[in-house]
Design a protein around this ligand. Structure first.
Ligand code: AR6
Length: 175
């Protein structure tokens, strides 16, 4: 367990679809119409309600975030964000990954969300190296929490041992 200002931050191994935080974040793609990885798991377990809302929203640019309800999932909301495809943004990958976390947290604040769970955005199908990604995660979280009160709990839910260990080691020296 880590703490930054008034926010409790947890890092653990797990499946994000099991989270009962107010919101879970989806690592989506620009269409918002589903896919594999976290996205596939969220739509499968959450049911068609999420997809119907995503269709109405009509897509999401890289680095931005959109919100839907969470269907059959335990959380209240799903925040869909789109991380960068590593190697496809001419050096702007870091900025886009930062914005994905930053804009997800800002949207959570707008909706008065107190607890939120993140997967490791872009580090699966989109190929972002985990050791580089975790640094961007910490920077975005600190920047938002430095300026805003209201989020009580942030969980980082890692799916693999390796990703969990990379996060734990970097969080140990960051918080
Ligand atoms: N819970 C938590 N983490 C998970 C889960 C889960 N249930 N399943 C996978 N991960 P990815 P991306 C981890 O590929 O790289 C989709 O097709 C996984 O180990 O889900 O942002 C979308 O539609 C990895 O570390 O997301 C997009 O097209 C991390 O989640 C594209 O993939 C992210 O892997 C997005 O790629």
């Amino acid at each position: 367990m880590y703490k930054f200002k008034n926010t409790v931050i947890n890092v653990f191994k797990g499946d994000i679809t099991d989270e009962n935080t107010d919101a879970i974040v989806n690592a989506a793609n620009n269409t918002l119409l589903g896919g594999g990885g976290v996205d596939g798991a969220i739509h499968k377990k959450g049911g068609r309600v999420i997809l119907e809302q995503c269709k109405k929203i009509g897509g999401c640019p890289t680095g931005e975030a959109r919100i839907t309800t969470a269907g059959d999932l335990a959380s209240k909301y799903v925040i869909h964000t789109v991380g960068p495809i590593y190697g496809s943004h001419r050096g702007d990958e870091e900025n886009f990954l930062y914005l994905a976390y930053f804009n997800s947290l800002k949207l959570a604040l707008e909706y008065n969300i107190k607890s939120i769970s993140f997967p490791s955005i872009s580090t699966g199908a989109f190929g972002y190296p985990i050791e580089e990604a975790v640094k961007v995660v910490v920077k975005a979280v600190k920047d938002v929490l430095e300026e805003n009160e209201g989020i009580e709990n942030i969980n980082f839910v890692l799916y693999s041992d390796k990703n969990f260990e990379v996060y734990r080691d970097y969080f140990d020296i960051s918080f």
